[in-house]
Design a protein around this ligand. Structure first.
Ligand SMILES: Cc1cc2nc3c(=O)[nH]c(=O)nc-3n(C[C@H](O)[C@H](O)[C@H](O)COP(=O)(O)OP(=O)(O)OC[C@H]3O[C@@H](n4cnc5c(N)ncnc54)[C@H](O)[C@@H]3O)c2cc1C
Length: 465
C-alpha cells in the first residue's frame, strides 16, 4: 500500500490525486491537506465570480474527492499545524500543490500606501477569501489604475467596470457587490510597460470588455504596431490584436495603422473584434501601453501614479525619461505571484516557487502546479503536471510500492494529540449546501467569508457544545 499526502486542494492537488488513483488503483491512499476548510484553491478564490462555467470545473474533481481511497483534510496548514518532516514520516510521498498565493511586490516608492492592493488581495476580497475580507477598498475617487497586461488585470478591470445588474448569476460576495455598486469610478487605466504585441491577455477575456453595459475600452491608435506585423503572431495573439485594434477605433480617432491599406494576407482579427461604438458610456477603460509606473504618489493614501513613457529595445521596456502623473484613488497591481515558503522546504528566490528538478524537491518530497512552475498557465495546464509527478513517485518507490509508513491512521493519531480540528470532504459538502441555501436571488451561492462560520457548518455539534 502506498500512502500519499498532497498539500493543497486546488487543480494541481486534485489532478495529482486523480493520477494516483489511475496509476495505483486500490493500492493507494491519498490525503489532500488544505489550510482552508474549503477545497479547490483558486477555482474558488481566484477565477472571476462572473466566470461560473470555469468555476464549475470543480464539480469534475468530486469524482476523485469522493473515492474511498481519497480524503480531504481541510483546515490544516502544513508548516504550522504539522511540519513537513512529520508529514514525510507519515507518508511514502508528500506532494506540495500549494500554489502561489502571495503578490509579487511592485518595488516602487509608495506601494504600501492605503488603497494600493496586489491582485491576490483584491481578487481575494471580491471572491470571499477570508484573509482579505476586511481590506475595505475605497472607491470614492473617479480613477482606478491597474498595473499589468495579463488576464488577471482584465478580470480586475471588468469587475470594477460592471454594473450591479451585470453580476447577476455570479457568486461575487455581498460585501464586494455592495461596495462596487456604490463606487464612483469613471476611468480605469490599465498600465503596460510594453506594447500590444507583448500582452499576455487571451482573446476571449479581452473580447468581454467590448460587451460591458456601461464601460468603453480605449486604445491609443498610436500605440498599435503596423498591421503587417500581426502576421508573425500566432492565431490567438492575432485575435487579441483584433480586439485591441477595435478598441482603438472605438475611441473615434482614425486608426492609421489598422487601415493602412496594406494587403499582406494577415488575419487582422476583424471577425473577433468588430468595431465597437460606445457613446454615452459612464466609464472609460483605457489601455496605456509603453507606460511603466515609477512611484505611487500620496501622503495618507494613494493620490496618483507617476509613470514613465517607455519604448522597446530588444523586446524590453526602456524608459524614455518622459514622465507624467495619473491622479488616482486606487491602484491594483496585477503583476504575478509567489509561492509561500514552508519551513525546511528549499526555495527558489528568483522563480518565487519551491526549488525543484522536474517536480522533485528532495527524497519523498515533490511539487506540482504553481508551486512547481510558478504562476503561469490555465487550470488545465496543471493536469499533465499531476500525472507526471505520479510517474516519478512510482519510479522512486519502485515495484514494491509503499515503505511501511502509517499514512492516515498515523495522521489521525497526531491530530488527536495536537487537537487539530480538520474538515472532511463530507463536512465541506455541508458548508457547500449552506452557501447555496444562503444565495441571493439569481446567484449560485453566498460564500462564508469567515473561517469560524465555515467550521460552525462543518462541525455543528462541536460549536454547539
Ligand atoms: C485571479 C486569477 C484568475 C484566474 N482565472 C483563471 C481562469 O479563468 N481560467 C483558468 O484556466 N485559470 C485561471 N487562473 C489560473 C488557475 O487558477 C491556476 O492555474 C490554478 O489554480 C493553479 O493551481 P494550483 O493547484 O497550483 O494552486 P491553487 O489553485 O492556488 O491551490 C493551492 C491550494 O493550496 C493551499 N495551501 C497553500 N499553502 C498551504 C499550506 N501551507 N498548507 C495547506 N494548504 C496550503 C491553498 O489553500 C490552496 O487551496 C486564474 C488565476 C488567478 C490568480
Amino acid at each position: 500500500m502506498r500512502h500519499i499526502a498532497i498539500v493543497g486542494s486546488g487543480p494541481a492537488g486534485y489532478y495529482t490525486a486523480e493520477a494516483a488513483l489511475k496509476q495505483w488503483k486500490d493500492d493507494v491512499r491519498v490525503d489532500i491537506f488544505d489550510s482552508s476548510p474549503v477545497p479547490f484553491g483558486l477555482i474558488r478564490t481566484g477565477v472571476a465570480p462572473d466566470h461560473q462555467s470555469i468555476k464549475s470545473v470543480a464539480r469534475r474533481y468530486e469524482t476523485t474527492a469522493l473515492s474511498d481511497n481519497v480524503h480531504f483534510v481541510g483546515n490544516v496548514m502544513v508548516g504550522r499545524d504539522i511540519s513537513i518532516d512529520e508529514l514525510r514520516d507519515l507518508y511514502d510521498a508528500v506532494v506540495l500543490a500549494t500554489g502561489a498565493p502571495n503578490d509579487r511586490k511592485l518595488g516602487l516608492p509608495g506601494e504600501d500606501l492605503p488603497n494600493v492592493f496586489g491582485s491576490a488581495a483584491f481578487v481575494g476580497w471580491y471572491n470571499g477569501h477570508p484573509q482579505f475580507a476586511e481590506i475595505h477598498p475605497d472607491f470614492s475617487h473617479d480613477t482606478a489604475v491597474i498595473v499589468g497586461n495579463g488576464n488577471v488585470a482584465l478580470d480586475v478591470a471588468r469587475i470594477l467596470a460592471k454594473s450591479g445588474e451585470e453580476f447577476e448569476g455570479s457568486d461575487i460576495v455581498a460585501h464586494a457587490l455592495s461596495a462596487l455598486e456604490g463606487a464612483h469610478i469613471r476611468r480605469i487605466v490599465i498600465l503596460g510597460r510594453r506594447g500590444p504585441h507583448q500582452v499576455t491577455m487571451t482573446p476571449k477575456e479581452l473580447g468581454e470588455l467590448a460587451r460591458l453595459a456601461r464601460a468603453c475600452p480605449r486604445v491609443d491608435p498610436a500605440d498599435l504596431p503596423p498591421l503587417a506585423q500581426d502576421a508573425a503572431l500566432d492565431a490567438g495573439m492575432r485575435k487579441t490584436m483584433g480586439h485591441l485594434r477595435s478598441f482603438a477605433m472605438a475611441g473615434g480617432s482614425a486608426n492609421d495603422n489598422a487601415d493602412d491599406g496594406a494587403d499582406d494576407g494577415a488575419d487582422d482579427g476583424a471577425d473577433e473584434g468588430a468595431t465597437i461604438v460606445c457613446p454615452d458610456r459612464d466609464i472609460v477603460l483605457e489601455f496605456d501601453f509603453f507606460a511603466a509606473p515609477r512611484a505611487i504618489l500620496g501622503t495618507d493614501r494613494v493620490e496618483g501614479v507617476e509613470v514613465e513613457r517607455t519604448h522597446l529595445v530588444d523586446g524590453k521596456a526602456v524608459g524614455t525619461g518622459e514622465t507624467y502623473h495619473i491622479p488616482a484613488g486606487i491602484v491594483i497591481a496585477c503583476i504575478g505571484y509567489q509561492t509561500s515558503r514552508i519551513p525546511d522546504v528549499p526555495y527558489d528566490e528568483q522563480g518565487g516557487r519551491f526549488a525543484n528538478v522536474e517536480g522533485r524537491i528532495k527524497p519523498g518530497l515533490y511539487c506540482v502546479g504553481w508551486a512547481r512552475r510558478g504562476p503561469t498557465g490555465t487550470i488545465g495546464t496543471n493536469r499533465p503536471d499531476g500525472f507526471a509527478i505520479v510517474e516519478r513517485i512510482d519510479a522512486d518507490l519502485g515495484p514494491t510500492g509503499g515503505t511501511g509508513k502509517p499514512g492516515r491512521p498515523g495522521f489521525e493519531a497526531l491530530a488527536e494529540t495536537r487537537g487539530i480540528d480538520f474538515v472532511k470532504f463530507t463536512e465541506w459538502q455541508k458548508i457547500d449546501e449552506a452557501e447555496v441555501a444562503n444565495a441571493r436571488h439569481g446567484a449560485p451561492r453566498e460564500k462564508f467569508v469567515e473561517v469560524d462560520r465555515m467550521i460552525a457548518k462543518a462541525h455543528p455539534s462541536v460549536q454547539d457544545s
